[in-house]
Ligand binder design. Sequence first.
Ligand SMILES: [Zn+2]
Length: 176
Amino acid sequence: MPERLPVFINPENVASRGLQTSGVLSLEKMDRLIDRLVAPFGKVRVSLAFAKEGQHMTMHGNVVGNMFVECQRCMQALEFKVDHEFELGLIKSEAEIECLLPGQEPLLISHEDIRLADIIEDELELLLPMSVMHEPEECSVARDYGVNEEVIITDDSSNEQPPKKNPFSALADLKK
Ligand SMILES: [Zn+2]
């Protein structure tokens, strides 16, 4: 039977019950995140564990999968791998922030149900870098500009001089 995350949970209820749940989320349904992604968008496997100790409620999460973003150099899709763990302290007022343990992020809750995908989307948004590029050898534009040749020249350890940053000045030295 395929696992399925509940769409909505009542935070206090699942924390008292110690709910553990997991499932796969497709990122194309995440309204805010989708603006920063490109097809095929990606998907993540989410595992969540809720707990309550005394008055202290926590949600431990693990997110593994991928997101597809646009390479800033060649404008093609780039697979951004996700392997992220987080711990949220579920608090009912801002004053409770002081009760959080080290490493816990606050999640302000009320009596209302919360949508799990929203929480995961927040976490994924924080992981996305402002600007990403393929590794030079994987990027179609970098290949066109001969970045690979530059690597060969600067890696030449038989040359006693320190590696030059500019491949053309290194070439000029070789011609002397
Ligand atoms: Zn690229």
